[in-house]
Design a protein around this ligand. Structure first.
Ligand SMILES: C[S@@+](CC[C@H](N)C(=O)[O-])C[C@H]1O[C@@H](n2cnc3c(N)ncnc32)[C@H](O)[C@@H]1O
Length: 461
């Protein structure tokens, strides 16, 4: 979602728009904004995205708007519709009282008739005097016009009376089983506050997590799925001594490509970020690059939890190109070792080439970033355990060399047989000292430590 306000400089932002990113564009003509500038902005934005929402709230010359409809690929036109205004006139003509504001239908019909493709016209409701009419009117609009979503216009920070009115509206929608999408104006700087305070459950999620694949070729000893001892334990529990079929199917499970796109297309326009992670490695999916690229095209921030062995340099270049934009692409690379000696202890089945490839992959991506001034960001995940805690300082140094952040992530014990990877209490003083040194080195090298507070708490405890 990309709220756009032409009163702030916009030329740079236009370059960053992704091909399916929702752009809420609300020009204000009266503020030094002539036809020429408006035309070129519309043309530029509509070339960048297939999801351009043009709010014509401030534009009265609808004849011109009709030209835009035919010349440009504007996906939706938002038109202002007041709900709950003076009802005297209407009530006189009605035999029974209705909470549906028929005047708002008239307003909408009139505005809609200016468009050839009137399915593109979306109401932007403005709450007027009688707030009891808003909920029932919204329900009727969705039923009658089959609009994919609607906006509620809001200005400034939420104030108590309006919060109350909108809360009642949303409550009445819930009671009626309404399932549509109702967004508050995306351009409002207090948008989250409005949604939270009014209990707007009809807006949408901002972040999702998706598991593409349970497969992984690494053998991290502390892993709750692919850890070699964990697998042996599962085998020992069967009479045949081999893994049960349902376990094997689970370990090989991958999300069909079509399903991942179906999920993406079902997401509301509020979506901002996605984390690809899960039990396996998302980059073992045969279509991982295409999937990441499709998700990125909605303008999302991507966070990918991976061992980062699988991409080749061409694929890294594709990822690099896709990283242009105001939202980051973050790779959280579980390395958990700064030397091959420890890497081998953590992953007994991996060869030296694997460790080197992971490091070279990150180095290559960082080179592209330094060359172009944009690019993916990396976090070296160091899952701290009995085998690698002494390498915390080395990990910070490695991260500094690669232009990455560091996450000193405390180990989660997934099985009793993994308890031995916890730091033994005899080693607590040394462990604290190692963390202390890692923080100091990070300060010296200006390496960011993710969730630093947590490590500081360990150091001072
Ligand atoms: C199971 S991994 C799968 C993704 C990928 N294969 C990887 O190794 O990062 C998902 C996330 O959990 C973390 N992780 C795995 N085992 C863990 C453990 N025992 N304790 C804490 N974090 C763990 C990894 O660092 C990664 O960020």
């Amino acid at each position: 979602m990309y709220p756009f306000d032409l009163n702030t400089p916009f030329s740079l932002k236009i370059d960053e728009i992704q091909s399916n990113e929702f752009v809420y564009f609300k020009p204000e003509r009266d503020k030094d904004f002539g036809d020429k500038k408006f035309n070129s902005a519309i043309e530029l934005i509509s070339k960048k995205t297939n999801r351009l929402f043009l709010s014509i709230d401030q534009l009265t010359d609808l004849e011109n708007i009709k030209n835009y409809e035919s010349n440009n690929s504007i996906t939706w036109f938002g038109v202002p519709v007041t709900v709950g205004s003076d009802q005297n006139e209407i009530e006189k003509n009605q035999s029974s009282y209705s909470n549906i504001d028929s005047l708002s239908f008239k307003i909408f019909e009139e505005l809609r008739s200016n468009f050839d493709h009137n399915y593109k016209v979306i109401p932007e409701f403005i709450l007027s005097k009688n707030h009891y009419q808003l909920g029932p009117t919204i329900i009727e609009f969705f039923k009658y016009y089959k609009v994919p979503f609607a906006f509620l216009k809001i200005d400034g920070p939420p104030e108590n009376q309006k919060i109350q009115f909108f809360r009642e509206t949303f409550e009445s929608l819930r009671i009626n089983g309404f399932k549509g999408k109702i967004y508050f104006s995306f351009t409002n700087p207090y948008l989250d506050e409005w949604n939270i305070k009014t209990h707007n459950t009809f807006s949408g999620v901002q972040t999702v997590h998706i598991d593409l694949s349970n497969k992984c070729t690494h053998s991290c000893v502390f892993c709750g799925l692919w850890g070699p001892e964990f697998i042996d334990e599962l085998k020992a529990q069967t009479t045949s001594g081999v893994l049960a079929q349902d376990v094997v199917s689970f370990m090989n499970k991958q999300m069909p490509f079509e399903k991942s796109i179906e999920i993406l297309e079902s997401l509301p326009e509020t979506i901002k970020s996605v984390q690809f992670g899960g039990a396996g490695d998302p980059l073992t999916h045969p279509h991982w690059l295409e999937i990441l690229s499709k998700w990125r095209s909605r303008g999302l921030r991507l966070e990918v939890l991976t061992n980062f062995e699988y991409p080749n340099f061409n694929e890294i270049e594709s990822l690099h190109k896709m990283s242009i934009g105001r939202r980051k692409i973050d790779f959280m690379v579980n390395v958990s070792a700064a030397s091959f000696e420890v890497y081998k202890m953590i992953r007994p089945r991996q060869a030296k080439e694997t460790f080197e490839k992971v490091i070279e992959n990150i180095r290559y991506a960082n080179k592209l970033k330094l060359r172009d001034g944009y690019g993916m960001t990396f976090t070296m995940v160091h899952i701290i355990n009995s085998l690698n805690f002494k390498e915390a300082v080395m990990m910070v140094e490695l991260a500094s060399d690669l232009g990455a952040d560091v996450w000193l992530k405390p180990l989660e014990v997934h099985s009793d047989i993994h308890k031995k990877y916890s730091i033994h209490k005899d080693n607590y003083p040394l462990f604290k000292e190692m963390m202390n040194q890692a923080l100091k080195r990070a300060d010296e090298l200006k390496v960011r430590i993710v969730l630093r507070d947590l490590i500081e708490a360990i150091v001072v405890s």
